[in-house]
Design a protein around this ligand. Structure first.
Ligand code: C2O
Ligand code: CU
Length: 482
């Protein structure tokens, strides 16, 4: 199956000459001022998008406000976000604010924190954004379909004191499965085959809904680039060349600045990275961010001016973002929980429970379209995985007993990887991020990862694989903080 798509990806990319990227990216941004009393309208609607580039035809999509991605919502740290969500689709939906340590009732999870917003209905999302950084939003109902059709947008929370950069750009990176006529391939959508393997991967990559983009820079400029993987299931391998790069934040949370020596950043679905790019080459040079997981696809070009240089070079000084002040963990006496992941193609799962009822793998697939399980349970269980007292440190040992990588996402909190047992430490060194706060952690096949976090946000929180087909196919659970 994959072979065929590789081929068509190459063909589509070649056939349309998309490797030569020329457009400047449109970034639609709504700045919600502190004074603004009236909420911003975010409407789920169907529409058309020029995913293949200007003049190369329209693809029918579902979107927020008719744009892919939806509007960038930008607020200052600790400011209120107030969004009037209107559902003008024929399918129920919600908005989940990914990575935000949000008030539980605003988390947008159907069946756990709110009812689905029915077609024609509205829901008011109002919450404080406590952490500066790069976040995003997407539906949390039939996400495998709604996200694949184009429903996502970025949420940027600005630091109270802005950092010194010449440009600040936010890029939502997506992976689409398009047919040769440029329309979404929908027959495979929701099919168990895709769900049991690595999830839905596509043949066309986009940056902010376009095949690629370019911006003008000057030698000596310093740029903050926020990258967000909004794909359903593709793990992006991003290669940066023609400038020097340092990582300053992961999944919104600041990290000690780290030079990107390998030039490669791995971003699992839903993960974000904030990079500082220093354009330290001569005038007339070019820097490129490419995606290299299958073939090299240049996504973003930074074209150095032919002559001009930045007047006040500030390169190579580390940028240290101020801490968002997440609670300190107490690992001396944590609540210990184990999560055993099983199932999927080439797994040996024979049975699993759904709503307390044990089913053979055949029944599981036939009756519930599920193929994965957490601790022998497929899909959202009635009882939580665990219940923690507010303020308690939780230590979660996750065993990947499947033949596939997974991107485990925690709601309402950030967690730290405190231990990783891996068969190929060299490979996992590329995506492991020990002792940094993350909301999504990539685990390779056969790995065991120990994570810990402080359960300090009261409510019922989802915990699932963000390869969205895996979530839909059973990799979903929840915990509560009381
Ligand atoms: Cu980004 Cu539960 O989701
Ligand atoms: Cu998964």
């Amino acid at each position: 199956m994959n072979k065929q798509y590789n081929l068509s990806r190459r063909q589509i990319l070649k056939g349309l000459g998309l490797t030569a990227t020329t457009c400047i990216l449109p970034i639609n941004s709504y700045a919600i001022g502190a004074e603004s009393e009236s909420p911003v309208l975010v409407e789920a609607v169907s529409g058309q998008s020029e995913l293949l580039g200007k003049g190369l035809g329209q693809t029918a999509v579902w979107s927020y406000n008719g744009m892919v991605p939806g509007p960038v919502i930008r607020v200052k740290q600790n400011q209120d976000v107030h969004v009037r969500f209107k559902n003008s689709l024929k399918q129920p939906s919600t908005i989940h604010w990914h990575g935000v340590r949000i008030d539980n009732k605003m988390d947008g999870v159907v069946g756990l924190t709110q009812d689905a917003v029915l077609p024609g209905k509205e829901f008011a999302y109002k919450f404080k954004a406590p952490d500066a950084g790069t976040y995003w939003y997407h539906p949390h109902n039939k996400t495998w379909e709604q996200l694949a059709r184009g429903m996502y947008g970025l949420l940027i929370v600005d630091e109270e004191k802005p950092i010194a950069v010449d440009h600040d750009i936010a890029l939502a990176l997506d992976d689409w499965q398009l047919k040769r006529n440029g329309q979404l391939e929908t027959e495979s959508m929701g099919q168990i085959g895709e769900w049991a393997h690595g999830g839905r991967t596509g043949n066309v990559l986009t940056v902010n809904g376009k095949p690629g983009g370019s911006v003008q820079v000057k030698s000596g400029d310093r740029t903050r680039v926020r990258l967000c993987n909004t794909a359903n299931s593709r793990i992006l391998s991003l290669h940066v060349q023609g400038c020097s790069a340092q990582t300053i934040a992961l999944d919104g949370q600041p990290v000690a600045p780290k030079k990107l020596d390998s030039g490669v950043v791995i971003l699992a679905p839903a993960q974000r990275v904030d990079l500082i790019l220093d354009f330290d080459k001569d005038p007339g040079s070019r820097a490129v961010i490419s995606e290299v997981s299958e073939i090299r696809v240049p996504l973003m070009n930074f074209i150095y001016d032919e002559k001009q240089k930045s007047i006040a070079p500030k390169l190579n000084a580390p940028i240290i973002l101020s801490d968002n002040g997440l609670a300190k963990m107490d690992l001396s006496n944590p609540l210990k929980v184990t999560l055993d992941m099983t199932g999927g193609a080439m797994g040996r799962m024979e049975k699993a429970r759904v709503n307390g009822k044990e089913l053979s793998i055949d029944e599981l697939v036939r009756k519930h379209k599920m193929v994965w399980a957490f601790n022998g349970n497929a899909g959202m269980p009635e009882k939580p995985l665990f219940s923690a007292k507010r303020g308690q440190t939780v230590e979660l040992t996750i065993l990947n007993n499947t033949a596939w990588p997974h991107a485990m996402h925690i709601h309402g909190h950030h967690m730290q990887e405190i231990e990783r047992k891996s068969r190929s430490p060299e490979r996992s060194a590329l995506f492991a991020a020990p002792n940094t706060w993350r909301d999504t952690i990539l685990m390779d096949t056969a790995e065991t990862v120990k994570v810990a976090f402080v359960a300090d946000n009261p409510g019922k929180w989802a915990f699932h694989c963000h390869m969205i087909e895996h979530q839909a196919g059973g990799m979903m659970t929840w915990f509560e903080v009381v």
